[in-house]
Design a protein around this ligand. Sequence first.
Ligand SMILES: Nc1ncnc2c1ncn2[C@@H]1O[C@H](COP(=O)(O)OP(=O)(O)OP(=O)(O)O)[C@@H](O)[C@H]1O
Ligand SMILES: [Mg+2]
Length: 308
Amino acid sequence: MPANSSESHASDARPTARNAAQMAVRTAQPEPGSVKPDAILTIDNVSRSFGGLKAVDVKRLEVQRGVITAFIGPNGAGKTTFFNLLTRFDDPDTGAWNFNGKPMQDQRSYAIAKAGMVRTFQLTKSLGKMSVMDNMMLGAKNQSGESLSRALLKGSWRKQERRVEAQATDLLGRFNLAHMRDEYAATLSGGQRKLLEMARALMSEPELILLDEPMAGVNPALVQSLLGHVQALRDDGVSVLFIEHDMDVIMGISDWIVVLAEGSVIAEGTPEQVSQNDVVVDAYLGTSFAGATGDGARSSEGDEGNQQ
Ligand SMILES: Nc1ncnc2c1ncn2[C@@H]1O[C@H](COP(=O)(O)OP(=O)(O)OP(=O)(O)O)[C@@H](O)[C@H]1O
Ligand SMILES: [Mg+2]
């Protein structure tokens, strides 16, 4: 995402492109594995077992570019494991996937992030003993300081550091964290750490961002602004794939929904199509709707304090 993208939130910012992607995905067939008009990510036969349990077994999935895709399903359905595999924080038993047409299954996590596909974690990973600002600086990509030869060119390094710092300052402002920039990340609340995690992920200007329960643990007063951030990302042209349990949130901001149960995609469709799908109602909404809209939405809240 461009560092100055806050300027592009005005209603005249690329409305045609935005509407086109959102309209286009609605033409896809509401069925597992359906072809998308312009897929940024295509996935084939990705599986992962833990002992006798097949946690993930996705035959085919296409993720449309430029829209918000929600990834939903009961606790233990394999959603986080799937994100771990796609970003190579875990190793698949089988499978292949292309991001922007390029195979990613043999890449390491940092290379996948560098290619433009960045994820956040269900349990936040911010580094507690570093300042909020230093956490942000870690998220930047192509830092000259990482290369010895370029680090020796001090002028260019300083210039880039100033640019990165300006980008971080802008993002911290947008995520209501500007006043915390010099505090240790450990002093942030669970919800603020979620915000920091999302802001840090944006430092690398991703094309596709995978968010694992971004709202969980966030103060209800902040949820609306976080949702606004997610929509603003889409409006800036970033593709968003996010795991969420809160059905109000999902129905409110998703352009497309993928439903996972016992490791497999059991349904796809627009929010209207999925909410009327009998298979989904049986597997998820019917049996655990109360949990999904209440306890499930905050299932990881209690873990927030342990993440350092
Ligand atoms: N490292 C692991 N070792 C063994 N089993 C695991 C491991 N990671 C996940 N699992 C199991 O794989 C299944 C899928 O877990 P996963 O965390 O991906 O589900 P989820 O859909 O993200 O659930 P939730 O909504 O509760 O976050 C679960 O049965 C889980 O216990
Ligand atoms: Mg999970």
